[in-house]
Write a protein that binds this ligand. Structure first.
Ligand SMILES: [Zn+2]
Length: 377
């Protein structure tokens, strides 16, 4: 059994349903401490966070990952138990195989080989692991970033092991994510009898033309990496239930998924301009879940592209799709952030798996990325 496969199996055996770590991080320390990595726990609440660093010099390269997994769902639906990893037809099955214990195993073996070959490498290497990525993410990487900031620790390059690949290992890398901005809008009217509309003010009728404008507005054209910004209404509520009453208010919940072409302030201003133009009386509150980020064609992206091409022969497509990841907390610090991991077809599903040969290839890609960035300095 290869080192990467062996480590992936050991990690999957630990039943680390979010926010549990179940000893995964101890295992990682065991593997990296003998290679000169200093371990430090940065735990908050129920969440375990591990910072492992080798060297003090800049630039600093960080592998970012999470040891927690989503719950397995009904055990009887699994072909083999989710925390008893099994290899069948060249695939390793178990909860977390693809998201993202396989990636963590590949990171660790890549680091081991790299420091054996380059014991005096320039810069520093680090691994940051959290046990709260799949849950609330409240006490995870977001808190660690605050600690690192307070120490003036600057991350130059961050490779996130989230499963980015679509059909073949390395066909897609993630170089950013869209922003998410939600709003709660209350249109205020005057309640009354439907037979006496002149004595009431119907917020549904008042809002209808503004809604049409909001849904047909072209917010931006997107750009090379982002699709156009989208506005979606998720909930709309008004009415007393009686068919002879004009309601006094209308409530609308909406969300923007936005590109780097727009700022939060610009979106808010444009929404308010539309509402004002229609002469509406309203209350509006906003909630920002995450800013968009984009790592352009920088040295991390080219090092990743070159490593993928050397190991797999593929030329990856860079995109910004998918849900959120902890990269959203690292990118605002100014770090270059790229996500590269195994195929995402089975993540969070019954019978989650990863191809055994992809584990070793991923480890080889990770090692080459380190070589492209650090061995050439
Ligand atoms: Zn994940």
């Amino acid at each position: 059994m290869s080192d990467t496969l062996d480590l992936a199996v050991e990690l999957i055996r630990r039943e680390s349903v979010t926010p549990e770590d179940a000893g995964c991080m101890d295992l990682v320390i065991e593997r990296l401490a003998p290679h000169g990595f200093q371990a430090e726990w940065l735990n908050f609440g129920d969440t375990k966070n591990l910072w492992l660093r080798r060297g003090e010099a800049a630039p600093l390269f960080v592998f970012l990952g999470h040891t927690d997994v989503v719950p397995p769902g009904p055990l009887e639906d699994w072909s083999s138990p989710p925390f008893a990893p099994e290899i069948r037809e060249g695939r390793l099955y178990g909860r977390g195989a693809a998201d993202m214990k396989g990636s963590i195993a590949a990171m660790i073996t890549a680091l081991q080989r790299f420091v054996v070959h380059h014991p005096g490498h320039p810069g520093s290497l680090a691994v940051l692991l959290t046990s709260d990525e799949e849950g609330s993410a409240y006490d995870g990487v977001v808190k660690v970033v605050d600690v690192l900031k307070s120490r003036d620790t600057v991350i130059d390059w961050c490779l996130v092991g989230e499963p980015s690949s679509f059909a073949r290992l390395g066909d897609v890398i993630r170089v950013g994510r869209r922003g998410s901005l939600g709003g709660v809008l209350r249109i205020l009217g005057v309640q009354g009898h439907v037979a006496y509309p002149d004595k009431a003010d119907n917020p549904i009728h008042r809002f209808a033309p503004a809604l049409h404008e909001l849904t047909t507005e072209i917010w931006d054209g997107g750009n090379e990496f982002f699709p156009p910004t989208s506005f979606q209404v998720s909930n709309i509520r008004a009415g007393t239930g009686a068919d002879n009453v004009i309601p006094g208010k209308l409530e609308v919940l909406f969300n923007f998924r936005f590109s780097t072409e727009l700022t939060v302030e610009a979106i808010q201003r444009r929404v308010e301009t539309i509402l004002d133009r229609h002469g509406l009386h309203y209350e509006l509150s906003w909630r920002l879940s995450g800013l968009p980020f984009l790592t352009r064609e920088t040295e991390l992206v080219s090092a990743t592209r070159a490593a993928i091409a050397a190991v797999t022969g593929l030329h990856p497509r860079a995109d910004t799709g998918g849900g959120t990841s902890d990269g959203r907390f690292i990118a605002p610090t100014g770090a270059q952030v790229v996500e590269l991991g195994p195929l995402n077809a089975s993540i969070h599903k019954i019978d989650e798996h990863v191809a055994v040969e992809d584990l070793e290839a991923l480890s080889a890609i990770y090692e080459r990325i380190l070589g492209n960035l650090l061995a050439v300095l």
